[in-house]
Design a protein around this ligand. Structure first.
Ligand SMILES: [Ca+2]
Length: 254
C-alpha cells in the first residue's frame, strides 16, 4: 500500500509546468528596462560591424578649431572590415562625436593611429571627451581657441583626452578651467604604433587614464558636466593616413 501511494505521489505530485500568461503589453514593459540599460544609461558598445553604428555619432564639418589646417568632411569617415575608419588625405579628414553625452563611467577604446613613419608625420589623431558647452563638437561651428558660439569658454566644462598621437608622442590629459585661467595635467610618452587599448575611468572625484591596462595619469578632480566623446583625425600639416577604431565600450554602472 505504501509503495502504491509513493508511486501515485511520484506520478501525481510532480509539479506541472506552469505557464504564466504575460500580455503582449507587459512583455514590452518588462523588456523596456533591458533595452533602456543596454542602450543608454549603463552600457554602450560599438564594434563597427554595421554601418548603422555610425548613427550614434554626428559629424564635425569644415575647419572647426585651433586654426588646424584640415577640413572635416563626412566622406572621410566610414565603417570598413569591422573598423571605424577616419582617413586623412590632402588636408581633408573626419571628426565624429557622440550624439549622447556622458557624466562618468569607464571608456575603453581599441585603436590604431597612423604612424609617423608611414605618411602620418602630420597626423594628430585623438580620442577625447569635451564639455558639452565648449568648443565645438555638438554644434557644427567654427570657433576660436578661447570660446565657442554659445558663449562657453574652453575648458570650463572640461576636456579629457583619452588618447592623442602626434609628432612622435602620445598623451593622455585632463584640462579644466576657463581660458585663460585653464590648467592641464598630462601623461604619455613615445609614439604608440599598432593596436592599443586606451581607457578612461571617470569617477565622481577623479579621472584615471590607462594604456593597455597600465595607469598613466590620475587627476583628483571632479568632472561633473556632461561631455561628448569625440574621435577625430586632426593635422599639423598634410597628414596621409588612417585612424582605425576597432571598438568602443562604455560602462556607466560603477
Ligand atoms: Ca570592430
Amino acid at each position: 500500500m505504501i509503495v502504491v501511494i509513493i508511486l501515485l505521489c511520484v506520478q501525481q505530485c510532480e509539479p506541472e509546468p506552469v505557464e504564466i500568461f504575460v500580455s503582449p503589453i507587459m512583455q514590452r514593459v518588462s523588456f523596456l528596462p533591458v533595452l533602456f540599460n543596454a542602450y543608454d544609461f549603463q552600457h554602450w558598445r560599438a564594434d563597427f560591424g554595421n554601418p548603422n553604428e555610425l548613427n550614434a555619432f554626428g559629424y564635425e564639418l569644415g575647419n572647426v578649431r585651433n586654426n588646424e589646417p584640415q577640413v572635416y568632411t563626412s566622406t572621410m569617415v566610414s565603417i570598413e572590415s569591422g573598423y571605424l575608419v577616419i582617413t586623412g588625405n590632402d588636408y581633408t579628414s573626419g571628426s565624429v562625436f557622440t550624439n549622447r553625452t556622458f557624466t562618468g563611467g569607464t571608456f575603453t577604446i581599441r585603436a590604431q593611429f597612423p604612424h609617423y613613419s608611414t605618411g602620418g608625420d602630420y597626423c594628430w589623431g585623438a580620442i577625447w571627451l569635451l564639455g558639452d558647452d565648449s568648443c565645438c563638437a555638438q554644434q557644427q561651428c567654427t570657433c576660436a581657441w578661447s570660446q565657442d558660439s554659445t558663449g562657453g569658454i574652453w575648458a570650463e566644462t572640461g576636456e579629457l583626452d583619452i588618447a592623442e598621437n602626434w609628432w612622435g608622442w602620445h598623451a593622455n590629459a585632463a584640462h579644466w578651467g576657463a581660458w585663460p585661467n585653464n590648467y592641464v595635467l598630462q601623461g604619455g610618452g613615445q609614439w604608440l604604433s599598432g593596436w592599443h587599448t586606451y581607457t578612461l575611468e571617470w569617477l565622481p572625484s577623479s579621472v584615471t587614464f590607462y594604456v593597455d591596462g597600465v595607469q598613466t595619469l590620475t587627476v583628483a578632480r571632479a568632472y561633473d558636466d556632461p561631455m561628448r566623446l569625440i574621435v577625430n583625425l586632426a593635422m599639423t600639416g598634410d597628414c596621409n593616413g588612417q585612424m582605425l577604431i576597432d571598438w568602443i565600450e562604455w560602462n556607466g554602472s560603477l
